[in-house]
Design a protein around this ligand. Structure first.
Ligand code: GLA
Length: 419
């Protein structure tokens, strides 16, 4: 009789210590998963539409300094490009000085005598955001200190300076795993605590569209752009023309969407192609929901270049809230038709002329089916109003469309149902 309570007590004691162990285990697991969520996550609210801004590399290469960045921020406001939606002023390679004995990176004091924090404050005072560049390897592509092994220190530094955007390159990586390298920097940014758009630049080598949705806000899909519409430099990674980049996007649309974009590289508008080529380049980047990062000298651009970059109707195609990348509907010799479903059941249609002679084309309106986004439209059943987004011409889908597409040029239409 006396043993029963003892046994009960023992049982009770055992149960309660098991409970305590389970309880503690749950706390540890909870904290671990909290820590995981805090660090192993990009800032998901950024880049809900493709990011828009400017970057120093295409025009200036290593020839950069704080005066250029200030003047570019000023020009972005003065030319109306800020009002058109461009927000980020991004400093590419070559801003670096040296690492100190504690491993912290410093700016090149000759090029940036006021320091990065003061520059960030200046850019912010214009209502703009500031971006910086680093590299997942030991050195950047121009040979400056990379972030390998210093990710957390660098992210902390950038946050402290007030940086809003990090472009993260892939030179001198010596066989490291891209997924681990990019996730490490993503975690470092998260830990540093300041929202920074994370723009991955590993040139599509490891097919980041397959794995980087939760790592970066955009990933480069190709090697570096070169200001030529249709050139072939034996496939050189460092010199991809507009059409070479376009042709590498065809299979990628299902991987893009709000918060995670296929990056076709920075714009070359205003850097030497013809105005028709610039319009085509800009329209294609907009249709394919690529980030729109200008790469020209904003302080001295022509009125035509400015008007191309500030075309609000084309920008609206790029910034459409659905975030569906265009697809190639048809290819007929030099002519291609690209189609992008838009909000409110609108559609954008782009006619591209890849050739060197102007093309006349008559399009019989018909139904279009987008299997991937499960959207369709039948222009034979409902009447749509179309607007030409470069000439502002108008018409409707009751009569066939006759277009003339300039050599290396485009015609871009936005279609809205007539109610
Ligand atoms: C790589 C990138 C470019 C640019 C340079 C800078 O080539 O792809 O966009 O950042 O490095 O060195």
């Amino acid at each position: 009789m006396q043993k029963v309570p003892v046994a009960n007590e023992y049982l009770y004691a055992k149960t309660s210590s098991t409970n305590i162990v389970i309880f503690l285990l749950l706390i540890v697991l909870g904290l671990a998963s909290l820590a995981k969520n805090v660090h192993a996550q990009k800032f998901t609210e950024l880049a809900q539409t493709p990011q828009m801004g400017w970057n120093s590399w295409n025009k200036f290469g290593c020839n950069i300094n704080e005066q250029l960045i200030r003047e570019t921020a000023d020009a972005m406001v003065a030319t109306g490009l800020k009002d058109a939606g461009y927000i980020y002023v991004n400093i590419d390679d070559c801003w670096h000085g040296e690492r100190d004995s504690l491993g912290y990176i410093h700016v090149n004091a000759k090029r940036f005598p006021s320091g990065m924090k003061a520059l960030a404050e200046y850019v912010h005072s214009k209502g703009l955001k500031i971006g910086i560049y680093s590299d997942a390897g030991h050195t950047t592509c121009a040979g400056f200190p990379g972030s390998s092994g210093y990710e957390f220190k660098d992210a902390f530094n950038y946050a402290n300076w007030g940086i809003d955007y990090l472009k993260y390159d892939w030179c001198d990586t010596r066989g490291i795993n891209p997924q681990i390298a990019y996730n490490t920097m993503r975690d470092a940014i998260r830990k540093a605590g300041r929202p920074m758009l994370f723009s991955m630049c590993e040139w599509g080598e490891s097919k980041p569209w397959l794995w980087a949705k939760d790592t970066g806000h955009s990933w480069r899909t190709t090697g570096d752009i070169y200001a030529c519409f249709d050139c072939n430099f034996n496939g050189a990674l460092s010199a991809q023309s507009v059409l070479r980049i376009l042709d590498q996007q065809v299979e990628l649309r299902q991987y893009a969407g709000p918060g995670h974009w296929n990056d076709m590289d920075m714009l070359e508008v205003g850097n030497g192609m013809s105005d028709d080529e610039d319009r085509a380049h800009f329209s294609l980047w907009a249709m394919l929901a690529s980030p729109l990062i200008m790469g020209n000298d904003l302080r001295s651009m022509s009125a035509e270049t400015r008007n191309i970059l500030a075309n609000k109707n084309i920008i609206a195609i790029n910034q459409d809230a659905l975030g569906i990348q265009a697809f190639k509907l048809r290819s007929l010799g030099a002519l291609e038709m690209w189609v992008k479903p838009l909000s409110n059941n609108d559609w954008a249609i782009l006619f591209l002329n890849r050739g060197l002679n102007a093309l006349q084309y008559t399009y019989q309106w018909q139904s279009i089916e987008d299997e991937w986004s499960k959207r369709s439209v039948d222009f034979t059943k409902k009447n749509y109003l179309w607007r030409d987004l470069w000439t502002n011409g108008q018409g409707n889908t009751k009569t066939p469309l006759a277009v003339e597409i300039p050599a290396h040029g485009v015609v871009v239409l936005r279609l809205s149902e007539m109610r």
